[in-house]
Design a protein around this ligand. Structure first.
Ligand code: ADP
Ligand code: MG
Length: 620
């Protein structure tokens, strides 16, 4: 960060990334300019929470007696807007590092992508990206921040910026703790210096801020801690508004849980399930989830110990009497109270989901479409609740209609008494999976097969050994115990013909395959590739290759259909001359064709050349 000094004023340059972001904000953010007020009040409220928390454990705080609150002053003649708080304030490094920095590099990429795709960047979303403060540039050309940190030694500081690439900082005399932000509104935004308009925005976005807000001399009324109120005294509207406030969402939640636990662990909680999954799934900037309160005092806004990682899409508040009031963050982290609350919350949430699955399928499916991947991740993380999570899985199968999903329970209930295993097949999408030759036997024998095409299914399902005492079995495996179908139509080759043919297959393919065997599963196709008993399925391998280009594929087993006319013809050629070039080429062609179908054929040139050659011979 370049630094220039003129007199008492130091000039700083924004980092390249921040400059780009500012450019995007100033030039592409048009909708909902009023959002700047929500962001400023939310920052003031964060700062007030921080100083209140600090005072619990540290008596050495400047202005310890000052009331905690937010004050807004408007001048509708001169179009001036000022907001002050008695929060924790900022040091010089807060101003350069926290205020002047993008929280996550993903943020910029994400916004840039939206812009490149010609989509409007919604002003409402800005707070979610950790750059809420800069939304003020939607309504002004220059911002002044005057601040004094709670540390008694900290100096008063004035920060100024026009958002054009630089900002300045100078030391000034400020007697009281906290932060004052002021600016002159742009011509189009004069409305935000009018009292009725500002009150109206605060009503819409900030009714749940816990600290008093005053405009001029008037103290606005606050709603307060709604999770402390009895269930029947809270309206749906209040719940929805509260959710929008804490989750920074524009839509109401899908549903909520209001908990009031007394006994081994005591806490009240409001837990919301959003309608939509977070935009950056399991990426970089972690989602803020549950706010933790101890006896109505805010402790922290993202208490990681309260939820397992896979449920971190939940939003809400937990307020407990079981933590000491002068609690520090270290204490909360190691407290068994947190662990107990975590268990109860997980149980209640999974219970609610199971309930929907039973009584409100539509709702469950809406949830599953958005958050199914989180549950799948949970299966290999939360062994206590593994079975409950497995019961929540939903699949397409060879027998489901478009968009229909079934559970493992339903699959098992539909199984014929003779069927002993649960079959699945992995692949990229339904249409290609349905054409996989490995399915032929199952179609013919009317056996249902789960179709896994979500990458998380492909990773998770093989780690589930059995369900309801029935083994989960990939039908791409060589060790399938298949019965010979009763009426297969054509006769299979006898051993005298098939054994020598298999020998030539092995000779021709060499170490390209692990083995060549006679197939029981093929009906219409001549050959297929299957995985050895402990090997990965084709789709899993494809995913491994995408992640690691040096990944070496495991060798497959080639199964050939000795009822197929082509295989019979090859056996006949083999009887004449085992070195016959058409025989050898056909074998290579069958192998590479099967590779092609499983999506693992790397260079198709040889394949095409050979095909041309064979066609030339066939058309002579
Ligand atoms: P976020 O609130 O998501 O961190 P913002 O852009 O709104 O992102 O704010 C950036 C940072 O600037 C805050 O994290 C905080 O450190 C600091 N900040 C902003 N406003 C205030 C304030 N009123 N008092 C103290 N610190 C503030
Ligand atoms: Mg903020």
């Amino acid at each position: 960060m370049a630094k220039k000094k003129s007199g008492n004023i130091k000039e700083f340059e924004y980092r390249a990334e921040m400059k780009q972001l500012l450019h995007l904000i100033v030039h592409s953010l048009y909708t909902h300019p009023e959002i700047f007020l929500r962001e400023l009040i939310s920052n003031a409220s964060d700062a007030l929470n921080k100083v209140r928390f600090r005072m619990l454990t540290d008596s050495n705080v400047h202005d310890a007696e000052t009331d905690l609150g937010v004050k807004i002053t408007l001048d509708d003649k001169k179009h001036l807007f000022t907001i002050e708080d008695t929060g924790i304030g900022m040091t010089e490094s807060d101003l350069t590092e926290e205020l002047g920095t993008v929280a996550s590099s993903g943020t910029l990429d994400y916004l840039q992508k939206l812009k490149d795709a010609g989509q409007a960047i919604e002003g409402e979303l800005i707070g979610q990206f950790g750059v809420g403060f800069y939304s003020v540039f939607m309504v002004t050309d220059e911002i002044t921040v005057e601040t004094r940190h709670a540390d008694p030694e900290a100096p008063g500081l004035r920060w100024k910026s026009t958002g054009q690439g630089t900002f300045t900082i100078e030391e000034i005399e400020i007697p009281t703790r906290g932060t004052k932000i002021s600016f002159k509104l742009k011509k189009d935004n004069y409305e935000f210096a009018e009292e009725w308009r500002v009150k109206n925005i605060i009503d819409k976005y900030s009714t749940f801020v816990e600290f008093p807000i005053t405009i001029g001399d008037e103290k606005l009324s606050r709603v307060g801690a709604i999770w402390q109120q009895p269930k029947n005294e809270i309206t749906d509207d209040q719940l929805n508004e509260f959710y929008k406030y804490i989750a920074n969402d524009t839509e109401p939640p899908l549903d909520h849980l209001h908990l009031n636990l007394e006994g081994k662990v005591n806490f009240k909680a409001l837990i919301f399930i959003p309608q939509k999954a977070p935009m950056m799934f399991m990426r970089e900037r972690e989602e803020k989830t549950l706010n933790l309160y101890a006896n109505k005092v805010f402790i922290q806004d993202d208490a990681k110990e309260l939820l397992p990682e896979y449920l971190r899409f939940l939003k809400g508040v937990v307020d407990t009497e079981d933590l000491p009031l002068n609690v520090s963050r270290e204490v909360t982290q190691s407290s068994p109270v947190m662990q107990k609350i975590n268990q109860v919350v997980v149980n209640k949430v999974l219970g609610l989901l199971a309930d929907w699955a039973k009584k409100d399928k539509g709702k469950f499916e809406r949830f599953y479409k958005e958050f199914g991947q989180y549950l799948k991740i949970g299966i290999n993380m939360d062994f206590t609740n593994r079975d409950k999570l497995i019961d929540l899985l939903r699949f397409e199968t060879t027998k489901t209609a478009n968009d229909e999903l079934i559970s493992l329970r339903e699959y098992v209930e539909r199984m014929d008494s003779k069927q002993k295993e649960i079959y699945y097949l992995t692949g990229e999408e339904r249409t290609t999976v349905m054409k996989n030759p490995n399915l032929e036997y199952f179609k013919k024998n009317d056996l249902e097969v789960l179709l896994l095409h979500d990458p998380y299914d492909v990773m998770v399902v093989p780690s589930i050994p059995e369900y309801d005492k029935k083994k989960l079995q990939s039908i791409e495996k060589a060790d399938l115990e298949l019965k010979d179908s009763e009426e297969q139509g054509a006769e299979a080759l006898n051993d005298d013909l098939s054994k020598p043919l298999i020998k030539v297959f092995k000779e021709t393919l060499g170490d390209k395959v692990a083995n060549v065997i006679e197939s029981k599963r093929l009906v219409n196709s001549a050959a297929t590739l299957v995985a050895a008993k402990d090997a990965m399925d084709a789709q899993m391998e494809r995913m491994m290759k995408m992640m690691d280009e040096n990944y070496a594929s495991q060798k497959k087993i080639l199964e050939i259909n000795t009822r197929h006319p082509l295989i019979k013809n090859l056996a006949r050629l083999n009887l004449g001359d085992s070195k016959d070039p058409v025989l050898r080429k056909s074998i290579m062609q069958l192998f590479e064709g099967a590779m092609l179908i499983s999506g693992n054929l790397e260079a198709p040139t040889d394949f095409v050349e050979r095909m041309t050659d064979l066609m030339t011979k066939a058309t002579k």
